[in-house]
Design a protein around this ligand. Structure first.
Ligand SMILES: CC(C)(COP(=O)(O)OP(=O)(O)OC[C@H]1O[C@@H](n2cnc3c(N)ncnc32)[C@H](O)[C@@H]1OP(=O)(O)O)[C@@H](O)C(=O)NCCC(=O)NCCS
Length: 208
């Protein structure tokens, strides 16, 4: 099914995505394998960015929603980071046969912490795709790529302490919990759990 974003209203795009989510196949199987693909962030992702970053529920563990007016600049900045290779910024494509459907994102970047550069990973899955194993599959896929590329070293993650699903992703992919950390998201302080993993230690589905 094709979704032509030029001729349908925003609400229709959301509705189409919800219909596709109901009819698509990705669901966790016994061995944890879920079929997804990743593609680099692109200029056409503004609507998806707005749904991810301006929604109070999506951003409840990330310091709250960003203003809609900031999205265009954020998308431009992310495309620049991705095309320069400074960050890996990927959109998650659930395997529903339509490459235009996006289920969320997974991002790996380097940032300075107390004078040291560290690698950090983050992820988001839109509500209609949640609870199907897509977030975990996307994080696993990106960490496999990091392992295979031999880049990024130890990767850190800072899910909010109350973010059950994100903490479960860290736990079941083999991250080690280091402790609590007050992170700053969107200029707001948030209590988080600090996890880390070297991608060579990634837990693969057969060992889940
Ligand atoms: C957190 C988020 C990415 C999870 O994505 P998802 O695709 O729904 O998660 P999955 O289906 O892959 O499930 C991952 C794990 O969380 C568990 N889980 C999923 N939803 C859950 C829920 N509502 N409550 C408790 N556990 C949950 C799953 O059982 C699975 O655990 P397991 O590996 O031990 O089996 C998604 O809910 C989201 O984007 N939320 C808003 C944004 C956000 O919080 N981003 C993360 C910032 S660190």
């Amino acid at each position: 099914m094709q979704v032509d974003e030029d001729v349908v209203a925003d609400g229709d795009v959301v509705l189409m995505a919800e219909i596709l989510a109901k009819t698509m196949s990705p669901r966790p199987t016994g061995d944890g394998k879920v079929d997804i693909a990743l593609r680099e962030v692109a200029a056409g992702d503004a609507d998806i960015y707005e749904r991810m970053f301006c929604d109070p529920t999506m951003m409840s563990h990330l310091g709250g929603p960003l203003p809609r007016g900031s999205i265009e600049a954020k998308l431009r900045h992310d495309i620049d980071e991705a095309t320069s290779g400074r960050a890996w910024i990927y959109m998650i494509q659930p395997s529903c046969g339509d490459p235009s459907v996006v289920g969320g994102n997974v991002v790996l970047w380097a940032q300075e912490s107390h004078g040291v550069w560290i690698s950090e990973i983050g992820w988001m899955v839109l509500p209609e795709f949640q609870g199907r194993g897509i977030g975990k599959a996307a994080v696993r896929l990106l960490l496999r790529r990091a392992r295979d590329a031999g880049r990024w070293g130890v990767v850190h993650a800072y899910p909010g302490v109350a973010n059950t699903a994100s903490n479960a992703i860290c736990r079941s992919l083999g991250f080690t919990l280091i402790g609590r950390h007050d992170a700053v998201y969107a200029e707001r302080s948030l209590p988080t759990n600090h996890w880390h993993i070297h991608p060579v230690n990634l837990t693969e589905p057969s060992a889940d």
